[in-house]
Write a protein that binds this ligand. Sequence first.
Ligand SMILES: [Zn+2]
Ligand SMILES: [Zn+2]
Length: 141
Amino acid sequence: MTRPTLEEYFLGICDSVSKRGTCDRKLVGAVIVRDKMILSTGYNGSPRGMPHCSDVGCEIEGDHCIRTTHAEANALIQAARHGIKIDKAELFCTMVPCYSCAKLLVNAGICKVTAKEDYHASEKTKKLFKSVFIPLKICKS
Ligand SMILES: [Zn+2]
Ligand SMILES: [Zn+2]
């Protein structure tokens, strides 16, 4: 038996969480962790009470779907709803956060980001994290 590392464990949970996503264009999962403990989770989904992409189709603008709130943002929102302090916590996610989510993560006090995969348009996120000294680890490119 090989026991998973903490990184493998949290990234595996991100994968499980992503399966609850409601936009089939991209299933994304995120987990916020401090001191080896999960504080919050999030996946891509429509605003509460609104129909899902998987039921009514995507809301396409340009070449991407704009209906969903992203996994990383939803993980922050879940912590806010439950009154969980996430300052100086770290984020694990299935892919490098988009620029909008990256800005939210910076302001929320996330101090480290570990992504399972890179994202084709992640240059702005990488530059931002570098500028504010948030380490970004990408496990496979
Ligand atoms: Zn969609
Ligand atoms: Zn995002």
